[in-house]
Design a protein around this ligand. Structure first.
Ligand code: PEP
Ligand code: MN
Length: 339
């Protein structure tokens, strides 16, 4: 952190600000120019409230040199991280191909979709048992019964499961049965939930909030990591912009940004980004070409009758075609897809 003082600040004022810094356990380095003085702060500034310095009468501006997140930061961990989801590697050249329905509706439904998706090359099965719906009158998911259905399908197909946790009430059962715990966009800043996820070792798929900045998203990852769980995968799922034609706007730039600023794997969910099935293929291809470590795609055997998000779901045949194309792109850019 660098503190730029106002021109012609007195020696007394400089000492006062310096002492403010030192009282927070940091060292200082003073640079005195002909017009102004700069105080360089040395040490861990992640716990400092820079706003307090910004409003000090002797201060012009305060700049952060270091990002406020540490464990998630590329600067502190230069190597890419790979997350192991019950034997499925994600990151470091390994693609996560997560597919399945928006919501678990029945054993037959999930089984049919999972078998088809697996045959196409999917290596992880998604399905919502607890659904975060905008309307309280909409289908809320089958809850624990839905989770049991996912377990049954996992047993049959061998596909590890990815499903959303909305309340810490179910943390223990998720920790026991779910391979990759999804934290949805709406809960990205549920800090109590994030802290509790830090207490376990299960990998977490942390979706970007509807209007979260990169820094807010990475700070949420930091919550989980700081509490002890470093198995975090980020998921870009589109952000809210002024555009209403698409459900959200897929921020493909987040892929290189995540790669530059963090060491965590990044998966893209084109289904919730676009909200329309025909946007899924071009956005999936773009995401993999841009360096994403995986895709999470909604697949439904009967989208017209889906209880949730049928409009953005691919039929199994379309998913199969998509994976053929993705594997071609993956090869070109040096990623591994086991088909
Ligand atoms: C989902 O993946 O089922 C979901 C609800 O996504 P999001 O949290 O990104 O809206
Ligand atoms: Mn959905």
């Amino acid at each position: 952190m660098i503190i730029v003082l106002k021109p012609r600040t007195t020696k007394q004022e400089i000492t006062r600000v310096e002492n403010m810094v030192k009282s927070r356990g940091l060292d200082t380095h003073i640079i005195e120019g002909s017009e102004m003085t700069i105080i360089g702060c040395i040490g861990d500034t992640t716990r400092i409230d820079m706003k307090l310095f910004e409003v000090d009468p002797a201060v012009t501006k305060v700049m952060h040199v270091q990002e406020p997140y540490k464990l998630a930061s590329r600067a502190f961990h230069p190597e890419d991280s790979m997350v192991d989801v019950s034997g499925v590697k994600v990151g470091c050249g390994h693609l996560a191909l997560i597919a399945g329905p928006c919501s678990v509706e029945s054993v037959e439904q999930v089984m049919e979709i999972a078998q088809a998706a697996k045959a196409s090359g999917a290596n992880l099965l998604r399905g919502g048992a607890f659904k975060p719906r905008t309307s309280p009158y909409a289908f809320q998911g089958l809850g624990l019964e839905g989770l049991e259905i996912l377990c049954e399908v996992k047993q049959e197909t061998g596909l590890p499961i990815v499903t959303e946790l909305m309340s810490a009430e179910y943390l223990d059962v998720f920790n026991e049965k779910v391979d990759l715990i999804q934290i949805g966009a709406r809960n990205m800043q549920n800090f109590d939930l994030l802290k509790q996820l830090g207490q376990i070792e299960r990998p977490v798929l942390l979706k970007r909030g509807l209007n979260a900045t990169y820094e807010e998203w990475f700070m949420s990852a930091e919550y989980i990591m700081a509490a002890g769980n470093e198995n975090v995968i980020l998921c870009e799922r589109g952000i809210r912009t002024f555009e209403t034609y698409t459900r959200n706007t897929l921020d493909l730039q987040s892929i290189p940004v995540v790669r530059k600023l963090t060491h965590l794997p990044i998966v893209v969910d084109p289904s919730h980004a676009g909200g329309k099935w025909w946007l899924v293929e071009p956005m999936s291809k773009s995401a993999v070409a841009a360096g994403a470590d995986g895709l999470m795609v909604e697949v439904h055997n009967n989208p017209e009758c889906a209880l949730c998000d049928g409009a953005q779901s691919l039929k199994p045949k379309k998913y199969d075609e998509l994976i053929r194309q993705i594997s071609g792109i993956a090869k070109v850019i040096g990623k591994k897809v086991d088909l």
